[in-house]
Design a protein around this ligand. Structure first.
Ligand SMILES: Nc1ncnc2c1ncn2[C@@H]1O[C@H](COP(=O)(O)OP(=O)(O)OP(=O)(O)O)[C@@H](O)[C@H]1O
Ligand SMILES: [Mg+2]
Length: 408
């Protein structure tokens, strides 16, 4: 008898909370310890989770959020986009936090000051919707908005930290996709966090981003490295990958055999998103509450097909011819990181200069990233395999006008 689809415990989707968050115990422990330090008004670094697409950054971030909520913290979140305005976002998150901390009728001095400052920002930065209708008249010692983003963001977040301290609570500002943060306001945010840390205020930033986030932060502020406790998350160890598959099934009274687990772990390389896709197909394929190696063998080509049609096709659909050739040349070299020179050589070039723009375009689209200077790597596993199976290797052809074959 097939397994009940309603109790299928696997979660193959962006940001979908897995039934078992496997292999992230250390990250959680570290995070909770930092919250506890802040609660005791001891300094603690902010939290940064780095990793490729589909490794579980968002679900870990959300888990951190639930942990903070459980400890009665105020948690506000934002997912950055390439065109977002970080300064406006910070102002809005501050407003939201302030209202969450306590109702305006109970505000003490620090909260009232932040509310007055927000009203000033609304005018200075032409931002709508920051005023809080019940904002009481300005109190003593209000700080005027300077118009200098670094000073104003510092004022804002130090003020919010002080308001949190006044309420005996903490505030966590959560940012997903931090790699999209524009350098200048990000620098202002880091400077503000520096001041918050010096004052040991109970305010922290919890962020996640693709590997290039490190570079973006370093460019934004020299001290940013020290501001964050950075954890790189990736594929799960074979044991954690087994747990990610076996435990959710066990909770539903289903046993996944050792052979089935082995096939799934080998197929997915422990990559969290692929594990969920595999588990999902395994559930649909199985015919009894003991899932066998045969079931996994039958599921594997279905998973491959599902990934090809959705996950990988969406990544190659809108490529230019130059981008497709570049990716295909990279794939020829395998799934690891490759130097720009080696990739150019596969394209039949003696220098990587003619394809520099193509490479940049692919990085901007998040298909590849630069793990270190002069190197490129795929941002999802098994992409090389997909590209080799679906595209012919072609040499570089010089850019021609009017052919639609542009570098971008
Ligand atoms: N530790 C884990 N154990 C089991 N499954 C996990 C784990 N982490 C993530 N997953 C699963 O992996 C998938 C991807 O998770 P998530 O969306 O958080 O990744 P991401 O790194 O944020 O990806 P992107 O960069 O595309 O936003 C989801 O289906 C989620 O359920
Ligand atoms: Mg995500």
């Amino acid at each position: 008898m097939p397994l009940d689809p309603i109790s299928n415990p696997y979660t193959p989707g962006a940001g979908q909370r897995p039934a078992v968050l496997s292999g992230r115990e250390q990250e959680l422990q570290g995070f909770t310890a930092r919250l506890q330090r802040l609660e005791r008004r001891r300094g603690a670094q902010c939290t940064l989770v780095i990793g490729l697409r589909g490794v579980g950054k968002t679900v870990l971030l959300n888990r951190f959020g639930s942990e903070a909520l459980k400890r009665d913290w105020v948690v506000v979140e934002h997912e950055l986009t390439p065109s977002g305005d970080l300064l406006a976002t910070l102002a809005r998150l501050t407003r939201e936090s302030l209202l969450e901390l306590s109702p305006p009728s109970r505000w003490q001095r620090a909260s009232r000051r932040v509310a007055a400052f927000l009203r000033g920002m609304e005018i200075s930065y032409d931002l709508a919707g920051l005023s809080i209708s019940t904002t009481p008249p300005d109190g003593d010692g209000d700080t005027p908005v300077s118009g200098d983003p670094t000073r104003d963001v510092t004022e804002l977040l130090v003020g919010l930290g002080a308001a949190a301290a006044e309420e005996g609570r903490g505030v966590a500002l959560m940012f997903d996709e931090l790699q999209f943060a524009p350098v200048q306001p990000l620098g202002a945010l880091v400077a503000a966090l520096h001041r918050v840390a010096q004052r040991e205020l109970p305010l922290t930033v919890v962020a996640a981003g693709l590997p290039q986030t490190r570079g973006v932060l370093a460019e934004a502020a020299t001290c940013s490295e020290r501001m964050f406790e950075t954890r790189t998350v990736g594929a799960l160890s074979p044991d954690d990958a087994r747990r990610a598959l076996a435990e959710p099934a066990a909770e539903e009274g289903v046993t996944v055999s050792e052979e089935a687990l082995q096939i799934a772990v080998d197929f997915t390389d422990g990559y969290p998103f692929f594990l969920q896709v595999f588990g999902d197909h395994l559930w649909r394929t199985a015919s009894s509450t003991v899932v066998t190696g045969r079931d996994a063998e039958r599921a594997a080509p279905l998973v491959r097909d599902w990934l090809d049609r959705g996950f990988f096709t969406s990544r190659t659909e809108r490529l230019t011819a130059a981008q497709r050739r570049y990716l295909r040349a990279m794939a020829e070299l395998g799934g690891a990181e490759h130097s720009s020179g080696d990739i150019a050589a596969v394209l039949g070039l003696t220098s990587s200069a003619p394809v520099g723009q193509t490479r940049e375009g692919l990085i901007r689209r998040g298909l590849i990233y630069s793990p270190r200077l002069g190197y490129a790597a795929f941002s999802v596993p098994q992409f090389d395999d997909y590209l080799r199976r679906h595209f012919e290797l072609e040499p570089h052809t010089p850019r021609r006008r009017g052919t639609g074959d542009t570098e971008e």
